[in-house]
Design a protein around this ligand. Structure first.
Ligand code: MN
Length: 204
């Protein structure tokens, strides 16, 4: 599917005359695919977890954010594909617009796909996602280690009813970070909290 089409849902929900969010050029990335975790203080405060796959950011809304505890499975609800430049978006989406509220970039970095088939060969990450299960190693400023995303409800033809689980895999780094209290969390880009971003945007 062309990048323009993959971003159709994203663009259809937004008025780019009103929101400072990127329209999306579908720029090509670096050697390693990127990930970003944003904290979004909208009608509910939640984490948005995004993985670069094939020229877009595949996206999940994770109400509680990623956990550092492998026993702690976190609900992840798919949202529309976002443009790659969304990784850098931090600011305030105007009230009344889609997703209105404050966004900070809590963590970002690269990831390494880890999914393999039964014979131990690497599988295509996008195809594995379509089938509903991927594993990957995050290399962020805060999140480090292996995670799995697994669909447990809904089919591959996304109808908004899918539900996935984001789970940290056992082992690896002992000094792993999990999701913080979103009110106290600071942007990895600017060091600011949600409240600071909101008040600066309001000119206070
Ligand atoms: Mn969101």
């Amino acid at each position: 599917m062309a990048e323009r089409d993959r971003l159709r849902d994203y663009r259809g929900k937004r008025d780019f005359e009103r929101t400072g969010e990127p329209r999306g050029r579908g720029a090509s990335g670096g050697a390693r695919p990127r990930f970003v975790v944003q904290i979004h203080d909208a009608s509910t405060t939640h984490f948005d977890f995004r993985l670069q796959v094939g020229g877009v950011l595949k996206s999940w809304s994770v109400p509680k954010g990623p956990s550092a505890d492998p026993k702690d499975k976190r609900l992840a609800v798919p949202t529309e594909d976002h443009p790659l430049e969304y990784e850098e978006f931090e600011g305030v989406i105007p009230r009344g617009e889609y997703g209105g509220g404050t966004v900070i970039v809590w963590d970002h970095g690269t990831y390494e796909p880890l999914s393999h088939d039964r014979e131990g060969r690497p599988v295509d990450f996008a195809q594995a996602l379509e089938r509903g299960h991927v594993t990957f190693r995050l290399r962020g400023s805060k999140l480090r280690g292996e995670y799995a995303l697994t669909r447990f409800r809904g089919g591959r033809d996304g109808d908004g009813e899918q539900a996935w689980l984001l789970v940290r895999r056992a082992g690896g780094s002992a000094r792993a970070h999990g999701a913080p209290d979103p009110r106290r969390a600071r942007s990895v880009r600017s060091g600011r909290t949600l409240a600071q971003v909101a008040s600066e945007a309001a000119g206070r």
